[in-house]
Design a protein around this ligand. Structure first.
Ligand code: BGP
Length: 463
């Protein structure tokens, strides 16, 4: 074993309720369910969240398979639209409570640490239609009610909680770049929602601190998609462009959740542009006093920026793009299926940044992975999908993580996206990420070569 990881390292995987469960017995629709309902025919040949990977019906077998490939921890999410019957009072649906209880028990029975996330892009559509979703402070309070219910119902057995998955993606998808319903383009609203999501996360942390779970040693964190930002060159303009990208897309959550404060340079720019969020002293105190216990980092790709070529048209409404252009590194390595650059070195940069600038808070890689189309063609005569590219991808990333840990990074785990192929918001089942394959017609699940690889890695605590 060349790369041996710290004791009790988490070797696991992440997924989410809406991407795996299917809508069976669900009383409400989230924004993705809704989007699928209205666009079904045009959308991914009709493959949607309705069945997904059938986890609702096959969770026992699925969890057993996760244990079989050696995973010692799994992050999934509790769906607000499943658990809650009445959003205003947080009255629960008893069938949903029974379902999540069984799922949690099954994880524990299989010696898998359950990490429960409260929000994975699955805002109830009626809360958007009625109140404007995350634009509304009332919705933030309803979210806190839901979180409190989760802590009370499941906090005796779930010791690791997550407030949000990738809140920056909510901002980008719903309010800037049109890839999440309602697909609005409104920079000013985006900035307010960015602030509101920070506030919502802090409010949930505050509620958690009052819970029995916290008093018994439970912990709460947030999962951020960090995209380290590299300038095209060392020219001052390029460095400035990359610094803004870093401020807006990374530090806008990283600073408040870990340090309790917004990045001064970001606040200054937004104020100068007249788009700074509205806040109250009381809210800022909540953010200040309720930083997270730990951090999850999703890493897929870096960002590269160059100075803005054209001058931003002043008549156009505000967008972060005012300050940078994306830069494509010549000869960059790409995952052609997803269109994301492959740059494993960023693992090291992320880890060192947290070590040096974020109090060396304990953290883990909460997602990393490679989505590949047409994996059936790699199935050999024995029925095994030989996804060696995925093994190489993980080993490359893990080597940089290992090096960072040697250099003092406080990282306690590595979660792949994902354990079992699941539904994707952006491409349904086109790109597969799992250690375990799913046949959408028969729902038969088979372990891929990478599944046997992780089993060995977990057993040896390294590779
Ligand atoms: C992350 C999300 C996941 C998952 C993953 C893969 O951003 O947290 O939910 O979808 O990306 O991305 P995609 O499915 O778009 O290829």
């Amino acid at each position: 074993i060349k790369y041996k990881f710290p004791k009790n390292f988490w070797w696991g995987a992440a997924t989410s309720g809406p991407q795996t469960e299917g809508r069976f017995n669900k009383k409400h629709a989230n924004v993705f369910d809704h989007w699928f309902d209205i666009e079904k025919n045009a959308f991914f040949n009709g493959v949607g969240p309705n069945v997904a990977s059938n986890f609702y019906n096959s969770y026992k077998e699925d969890i057993k398979m996760m244990a079989d490939i050696g995973l010692n921890s799994i992050r999934t999410s509790i769906q607000w639209t499943r658990l809650i019957k009445d959003f205003e009072t947080a009255e629960v649906d008893t069938e949903a409570v029974a379902f999540y209880n069984q799922v949690i028990d099954e994880f524990l029975k299989n010696k898998i640490i359950p990490v429960m996330n409260l929000q994975h892009f699955d805002l109830p559509v009626e809360l958007y239609d009625k109140y404007g979703g995350w634009e509304s402070k009332h919705v933030l309070d309803l979210f806190v009610l839901f979180a409190e219910k989760c802590f009370a119902l499941f906090g005796d057995r779930v010791k690791h909680w997550i407030t949000f998955n990738e809140p920056m993606v909510i901002v980008e998808g719903q309010y800037l770049y049109k890839f999440h319903y309602p697909n609005i383009v409104d920079g000013k609203k985006a900035v307010q929602v960015l602030y509101n999501l920070n506030l919502a996360s802090a409010k949930v942390v505050a509620a958690f601190k009052q819970s029995k779970c916290a008093k018994q040693g439970g912990e709460i964190g947030v999962v951020l998609n960090l995209t380290p930002s590299y300038p095209r060159s060392q020219a001052e303009d390029d460095i400035k462009a990359a610094a803004f990208v870093e401020d807006f897309f990374n530090k806008s959550f990283l600073d408040p959740v870990v340090k309790g404060e917004f990045t001064p340079s970001l606040v200054q720019t937004l104020r100068k542009d007249g788009v700074l969020w509205e806040s109250t002293a009381e809210e800022l105190a909540i953010i200040k006093n309720n930083t997270v216990d730990f951090l999850g980092v999703n890493y897929y790709q870096p960002r590269r920026a160059k100075s803005k070529g054209a001058v931003w048209d002043k008549t156009k409404s505000w967008m972060p793009d005012k300050y940078f252009d994306d830069y494509e590194l010549p000869n960059r390595r790409m995952n052609p299926y997803r269109g994301w650059e492959i740059y494993p070195q960023a693992m090291y940069d992320i880890a060192i940044n947290i070590r040096d600038n974020y109090n060396n808070i304990h953290w883990y890689i909460s997602e990393n992975g490679m989505g590949v189309e047409g994996e059936e063609k790699y199935r050999n005569a024995d029925g095994l999908i030989e996804d060696v590219y995925r093994i190489d991808f993980y080993e490359e990333h893990l080597r940089y993580l290992y090096k960072a840990i040697q250099d003092g990074a406080n990282c306690f785990g590595f979660h792949a996206w994902t354990a079992i192929d699941c539904w994707s918001w952006s491409n349904a089942y086109k790109n597969r990420y799992g250690y375990i394959a799913v046949d959408l017609i028969t729902q038969i699940k088979t372990i891929k070569k990478s599944g046997y690889w992780i089993k060995n890695v977990a057993k040896e605590n390294g590779f």
